[in-house]
Design a protein. Structure first.
Length: 480
């Protein structure tokens, strides 16, 4: 796999995914120049004595506490050590490599003020196969502080890391790869962990999978149209042009490409005037998924190449600015709004739902054609879960169940009907009721509980449904 060079130019999602899947990394000369220029701003701020958050002051509630010079360097190691941690199983190596690449690219933007050594050790760890053990769940404050601190911890020779399939102490893993541990300079610890690299790298991996799902869905609808001899008019260009969402137009084009050479596209190809809804709206649903994937992709690309550090180094103005760019709100942080990852996830579920509806149509087509096997409508696997079966079928089953209950109720009422006036009171008592009373002898028509009755005032035997009992009592009253 060819090496990916990180430069001052934006890094693409495809390049990030190559690194996540094992491609080696190089740091371009222009990226090194920007990192050096950014570091010079940090050194100037230290020399001036101006208070800068996390550089020569404490963090959190200690933000206004000025640190003595001998504590400035020690603060960075303390930040990494105290923030590293989390819960759950370790993240997959692919996601860890993606996060390391995102942070390396962030340093190359020139907004972090990290030293060149901090960037070089990320390159060395990626190329040497030293992958820190990072918990799947972790958050201290904002951003991905806890999880990124686990990566920085290994870079300093602490923590735990995977190397050649073996989990080792961080120092041993670095030694096996021939890497010297990083000695943190002022701002290095904060620069390595104060970002959202875990979230951005994970979003890029998920986005790639969603794009693969979208392509597979287009092929699946094309095959389904072939299976039922459907009408391909729904994917003609005129439909997309009439409702010009770019995603819908792209879906129509993709499905037509999958149908290339099919008899369905010939003059006398379609055998039906109009196909079921799950076929007709496929371009619209697939197009919506494409729209949301495009929105999510734009959010990931911006976050990937953003300067999201706090404090942020401005090379042009030679200042350090406190800000909140570490918060990836568009990518997926606000539950009340249509954020990118959550909306794309809903769109994938809708595509899956209409695909489930098409399974039934294909099974029915197979039954009409006399094809045996799993495609038969009688096969439970072909029909799918009960809640995905057609509403009409579920309603007809409910009607049949209600009819059976009515029949059973009438039979029960006839069996309980007394033969004479003297038996009417006995019938009421056996049921634990008077003609107008309630169970247990508490009603106005009962003088007391029936001797030998069950714990709720009845005879201890199973009684029919309440509506059936009511009809039986009404029949008794009528005859009396």
């Amino acid at each position: 796999m060819p090496a990916v060079t990180i430069t001052a130019a934006p890094l693409t999602i495809e390049e990030l995914l190559d690194i996540a899947r094992g491609a080696p990394v190089e740091l371009g000369a222009d990226a090194r120049t920007r990192i050096g220029a950014s570091r010079a701003v940090v050194d100037a701020a230290l020399a001036s004595g101006r208070p800068v958050y996390g550089l020569n002051t404490g963090v959190g509630h200690l933000k206004d506490v000025r640190l003595p010079d001998e504590e400035v360097r020690r603060l960075q190691q303390t930040l990494v050590t105290t923030h590293a941690g989390g819960l759950g199983p370790p993240l997959p190596t692919e996601l860890v490599r993606a996060a390391m690449a995102v942070r390396l690219n962030g340093l190359a933007r020139g907004g972090a003020g990290a030293s060149l050594d901090a960037a070089d050790i990320l390159v060395a760890m990626l190329n040497g196969g030293v992958h820190p053990v990072v918990p799947a769940i972790g958050s201290v404050g904002a951003g991905d502080l806890g999880q990124l601190a686990c990566i920085a911890l290994v870079a300093t020779g602490m923590g735990r890391a995977e190397h050649s399939g073996e989990v080792l102490p961080g120092a041993e893993a670095l030694a096996r790869a021939g890497i010297q541990p990083l000695v943190l300079q002022p701002k290095d610890g904060l620069a390595l962990m104060s970002a959202s690299a875990i979230s951005v790298g994970h979003a890029a991996v998920v986005l790639a999978r969603a794009a693969e799902v979208a392509k597979a869905a287009d092929v699946a609808i094309a095959l389904s149209l072939e299976a039922i001899g459907g009408n391909p008019s729904v994917v003609l260009p005129v439909g997309g042009q009439a409702k010009p969402f770019p995603g819908q137009i792209a879906a129509c084009r993709s499905i037509r490409a999958a149908l290339a050479g099919s008899p369905l596209l010939e003059q006398d190809g379609p055998r039906s005037i109009q196909d079921p809804l799950s076929f007709r709206v496929a371009p619209q649903v697939h197009g919506a998924l494409g729209e949301f994937i495009a929105f999510a992709r734009r959010a990931v690309e911006i976050e990937l190449n953003a300067r999201s550090d706090n404090p942020l180094v401005d090379i042009d103005e030679q200042v350090m600015v406190h800000n909140g760019n570490f918060h990836p709100i568009v990518l997926g942080g606000d539950r009340r709004r249509g954020d990118a990852t959550r909306t794309a996830r809903r769109a994938v579920r809708v595509v899956a739902a209409i695909s489930g509806g098409r399974r039934l149509q294909r099974a029915q087509a197979a039954r009409r054609a006399g094809q045996p096997g799993r495609a038969a409508v009688g096969d439970r696997r072909a029909r799918g879960p009960w809640h995905r079966r057609p509403v009409e079928r579920r309603q007809s089953r409910r009607r049949r169940r209600r009819a059976r209950r009515r029949t059973d109720g009438r039979a029960a009422a006839g069996a309980r009907r007394p033969d004479g006036p003297g038996d009417q009171a006995d019938a009421g008592q056996r049921d634990g009721r008077g003609l107008r009373g309630r169970r247990g002898g508490g009603g106005r028509g009962n003088r007391g509980p029936v001797p030998g009755a069950g714990p709720r005032g009845g005879s201890g035997e199973a009684r029919p449904h309440r509506a059936v009992r009511g009809r039986a009592i009404a029949a008794v009253a009528t005859e009396g």
